[in-house]
Design a protein around this ligand. Structure first.
Ligand code: 5GP
Length: 267
């Protein structure tokens, strides 16, 4: 498959056209950002860890009947995916109170949310992704009532599957953000599921194993991503990532083009 023109560049991923029908390439870059892009860095191998965890989760979910955009990994950083028409919703599923709901509501950090809480934000940079409710989603015609029902049902199913999978590795799935798109009438999970979009805590120590390490300077984020990605995927190592120098990787992947559009990320 030949990589074509850059379609979109977000803060940490770029999406390219291909010469294959209905297929795009998502490149997980080594960039990391937080707080509306207020904090940003480029960390060697970061993209590869997020790509491998995303691919692992997508594969696992597909095996358990969840429709996703995932097709295959092309190399350590690039994923072939089905073209979707993305729905501008950020669906956040929370099992434990942390992050913005602790800041915005009288929840004590660490309390269990049972049943899980679904929060849906409007993916709109210029408005800083405001929280929606069902009436707003329908009034804005972002999804039909049937689609909204499906999105919530699939999100809870994804939560059930990933919570159980991670629990086996001693990891608590605190919360995560997912995005969906349409392929014809079919709703598929798109975007990514990685340490950048989830909150993961070690079950015993409650240590953060995700982007909070970067957000709040809790330690060496790359060491965390390395450890947790191996813990999740069961890989003993990412040999390619370990061997290649940053320059070699850049040469292989070609220069990263300037962002066509920059996604404003709140977190
Ligand atoms: P919070 O609302 O507490 O900041 O985030 C809840 C969860 O959703 C966290 O796991 C966070 O990483 C994820 N999340 C929320 N919004 C975004 C976003 O715009 N980008 C990414 N990558 N993750 C997000």
């Amino acid at each position: 498959m030949k990589q074509g023109k850059l379609l979109y560049a977000g803060k940490a991923k770029s999406v390219y056209r291909t010469d294959t029908k209905d297929t795009l390439i998502v490149e997980f870059r080594d960039d990391i950002t937080a707080f509306d892009g207020g904090k940003k860095d480029t960390l060697k191998n970061k993209g590869c860890y997020n790509a491998s965890v995303s691919a692992f989760f997508f594969g696992y979910l597909e095996k358990h009947g969840v429709k996703t955009h995932y097709l295959q990994m092309l190399d350590d950083y690039r994923m072939a995916v089905r073209t979707l028409s993305m729905i501008p919703l950020e669906v956040i599923v929370r099992n434990v109170a942390a992050g913005s709901i602790v800041r915005n509501y009288p929840f004590k950090e660490g309390i269990k949310l049972d049943p899980p809480v679904i929060v849906i934000d409007f993916k709109d940079d210029s408005r800083h992704d405001p929280m929606l409710n069902d009436d707003l989603i329908l009034a804005l015609k972002l999804a039909t009532p049937q689609e909204l029902q499906k999105i919530k049902k699939v999100s809870l199913e994804i939560n059930r599957l990933l919570s159980a999978l991670l629990a086996k590795q001693g990891i608590l799935l605190v919360d995560f953000k997912i995005e969906f798109g349409r392929q014809g009438r079919t709703i598929r999970l798109g975007d990514e599921i990685s340490m950048d979009s989830m909150r993961l805590w070690d079950k015993k120590t409650k240590e953060s194993l995700d982007k909070d390490v970067y957000r709040f300077n809790k330690g060496d984020v790359m060491a965390t991503y390395n450890r947790v990605s191996h813990r999740i995927t069961g890989d003993s190592a990412h040999p390619a990532a370990a061997k290649k120098t940053a320059t070699a990787q850049k040469k292989e992947r070609g220069p990263i083009r300037p962002a066509a559009k920059s996604k404003t990320e709140k977190r």
